[in-house]
Ligand binder design. Sequence first.
Ligand code: CDT
Length: 311
Amino acid sequence: MSRPLTIAVAQSGAVQKDDPRQANVARLCKMMSDAADQGADIVVFTEIALTTFFPRYYAEDRAEMDQWFEREMPNAATQPLFDLARERGVGFYLGYGELTPEGRHFNTSILVDKEARIVGKYRKVHLPGHDEFDPDRAFQHLEKRYFEPGDLGFPVWDTMGGTMGMCICNDRRWPETFRVMGLKGVELVMLGYNTPSANSQNDGETAEMRKFHNRLTLQAGAYQNSTFVAAAAKAGTEDGHHMFGESCIVAPTGEIIAMAKTEDDELVIAEIDLDDTAFGKATVFDFARHRRIEHYGIISTQTGVTKPSVK
Ligand code: CDT
């Protein structure tokens, strides 16, 4: 049995504050077109792919940030991407800031099939950072100010020949993200990320360490759930802030099978066989046989740590 799928991870180079959406979408269309030329079935774009990573900016009046959000999808700016997807017969993952008709803000991704239909939506659950200006940080990361935590859980979708799931950036650091989708049989987890190369609260943490944490979490999530993972960075220096690249595709063994070489717009392509997820799911990670849920209760009933009381 074989279920081949060609994945193209479309890493974005920096998007500056003043770059117009239309120009940013044109860059994404160029990558989609190049990916289609190379036989891609699905293109994975990054988190907040249409604009600069705006949560680094503080505004006392949150409404000032609404300029960075999309009120509908597709819209005039993104329609070319949908038209191209339909014309070339490729699906895609796209991350963007979502402003709902009710005035709610989410850090969102969508899954679009080869007919350019939106078949899935995910809203980022694990929002990093803080919600008020923090003078002690070298730079701000105000996701908790500008977004609500996602309210859709971690759904998966049977589409394009496999069981597909999505998450966004900081979600990858949480094993629960992958496990919940693993329990739904996910075979490919797609995600985008904007990860600063510096830790705003610890100038001793190197960029190499932060790249290691990126690979560690993606590889662990893939291996422990026997799933492919495709991760697309926004990289390079945006408005003076550097973000690392290392967009990659991880196999269900946990091995990285393709990785970006630059910090610019770059395609990372791999032809995979979704059936390669079957072995791990039937052996070491056969959840039905091996999981011991009688011991896992606090994972879903408790957030913080409770230490044993000292006698
Ligand atoms: N965009 C995003 O979620 N970025 C965060 C930075 C937090 S630093 C631990 C990330 O997890 O990469």
